[in-house]
Design a protein around this ligand. Structure first.
Ligand code: ADP
Ligand code: ZN
Length: 218
């Protein structure tokens, strides 16, 4: 199953990707995660990307399309993949189509997580991430048992640099300007399915599982 998850920051794409990847045994490919990892390890790519990410701007298309094209060559994608946070611009989408055509493949479904702005802001500004295992918490919706500490591994929780309210608002604006046109792009290809990103994690997981079953893409 070749999946693209589309929607604003805070729609829950990352959270669903983790559970879906496990259920279907396919890799979760998040350009945000890949970029953050290269920031953490101090790679040249990360040093360049960090400036954009901290402002809530998009990293240049050339950089991210290169990363994804490389990643899709790995053998673990042979049964499919979940793309989370890519493509984010029309240029990225066209490059993805090209890369997949080369291997005589294509996206099965693009799930569009329609999410209200208030919900997205609340989720992002309240998000806390485990420094060690990367698990995402929310100060109100998914609080850890012990404040500031990860239930799963005991790691320290932190707030992402781009999860402050001003940067979150910019990320939402960038989404409206540059990513929203993809809804139309994939609608025209007849592969777009819309779900509500405002649902709870479990509700949305049920809806998605049924959607993939009905579409017979698993
Ligand atoms: P969110 O979807 O919550 O904004 P991500 O982790 O997907 O978070 O992305 C964080 C940041 O990484 C983005 O604001 C952007 O700077 C960069 N980024 C991630 N994916 C892309 C992409 N496909 N194109 C350009 N920049 C990207
Ligand atoms: Zn942890």
């Amino acid at each position: 199953m070749k999946l693209v998850l589309l929607g604003p920051p805070g729609a829950g794409k990352g959270t669903q990707s983790v559970v879906l990847a496990k259920k279907y045994g396919i890799p979760h490919i998040s350009t945000g995660d890949i970029l953050r990892e290269s920031v953490k390890t101090g790679q040249p790519l990360g040093i360049k990307a960090k400036e954009y990410m901290d402002k809530g701007e998009l990293v240049p298309d050339q950089v991210v399309t290169g990363i994804v094209a490389e990643r899709l060559k790995s053998s673990d994608t042979k049964n499919g993949f979940i793309l989370d946070g890519f493509p984010r611009t029309i240029i990225q989408a066209m490059e993805l189509d090209k890369a997949l055509k080369c291997i005589e493949s294509g996206i099965d479904i693009v799930v569009y997580f329609a999410t209200s702005t208030d919900v997205a802001i609340e989720r992002l500004t309240g998000r806390r991430v485990c420094k060690d295992c990367g698990f995402n918490y929310h100060i109100k919706n998914i609080p850890p048992k012990k404040e500031g500490i990860c239930d799963k591994c005991g790691g320290v929780l932190f707030q992402r640099n781009d999860d402050n309210e001003a940067t979150v608002r910019n990320r939402l604006k960038v989404y409206d300007d540059q990513t929203k046109p993809l809804i139309d792009y994939y609608n025209k290809q007849g592969i777009l399915k819309k779900v509500s990103g405002d649902m709870s994690v479990n509700e949305l997981f049920e809806v998605l599982s049924k959607l993939f079953k009905d579409a017979r893409v698993t």
